[in-house]
Design a protein around this ligand. Structure first.
Ligand SMILES: [Mg+2]
Length: 233
């Protein structure tokens, strides 16, 4: 007898859930630091500032208080300012462009990503991506890291005109996939965009909790590594 699966469609976040954006960005910036002949002694303070500012500017972008063009350079200018690095506007533009050219070509995935995608694929789930990342680079990341073949639809916030956690992006995703919230589940590492976003439209959620964040509502499931999905799906 075939066991009926509760969920048919799985929606994955990309950055930080499957594609290891932190590791890939750090490796890219480290090599750019050499390429752009920045002062080696200022690397540590630059990178620490980058982690802080990058997080903040993406939150502003999600909320619509910063444009994509501003974000591209602000994450680096603010970090260089904090680290006491001198730069011209021309260098800043080249640095920002080099990052979007080079970073998506890094292949590193979150541990267990390919194993769990093969497992879920074999079980017959239909899988899709919902991402707030820049459209022109998300495809490069997926092709270069071997993720692309697992996904039927790639929903990008730039195509929809709104970003997670806006309900419209999830409804757009359901329309594209031909499904609805009750037979779908969202898997992501971002509390607000992925978990609250899915929760607000009545879709179950798996929170990939990679740090010690505490929240006052409970997601449907919480995991600390991707392989734990085998206990749920
Ligand atoms: Mg993410």
């Amino acid at each position: 007898m075939e066991i009926a699966l509760k969920y048919k469609h799985i929606f994955f976040d990309l950055d930080g859930t499957l594609w290891d954006i932190h590791r890939n960005a750090e490796l890219t910036l480290k090599s750019m630091w050499v390429q752009f002949e920045c002062e080696p002694t200022k690397w540590d303070s630059f990178y620490e500032a980058y982690l802080h500012h990058n997080h903040r500017v993406w939150a502003m972008y999600r909320q619509g208080t910063m444009t994509k063009e501003e974000l591209r350079t602000a994450r680096f200018s603010r970090s260089m300012d904090d680290a006491g690095v001198q730069y011209s506007s021309e260098l800043l533009e080249q640095f920002a462009q080099a990052f979007v050219d080079q970073c998506p070509r890094q292949p590193h995935l979150i541990p267990g990503a390919l194993e769990i995608l093969n497992y879920l694929n074999d079980k017959g789930y239909v899988m899709h991506i919902i991402t707030n990342g820049f459209k022109e680079i998300q495809g490069i990341k997926m092709d270069g890291s071997g993720l692309a073949p697992f996904f039927v639809h790639n929903i990008n916030s730039e195509d929809v005109g709104v970003r997670k956690p806006d309900p419209k992006i999830f409804h757009h995703a359901f329309d594209r996939a031909g499904t609805h919230a009750q037979e779908s589940i969202m898997i992501g590492d971002d509390w607000e965009a992925d978990i609250l976003g899915a929760r607000n439209i009545g879709m179950d959620q798996v929170f990939l909790k990679l740090d010690q964040q505490r929240h006052n509502v409970h997601p449907t499931f919480t995991i600390e590594n991707l392989i734990e999905l085998k206990n749920i799906l």
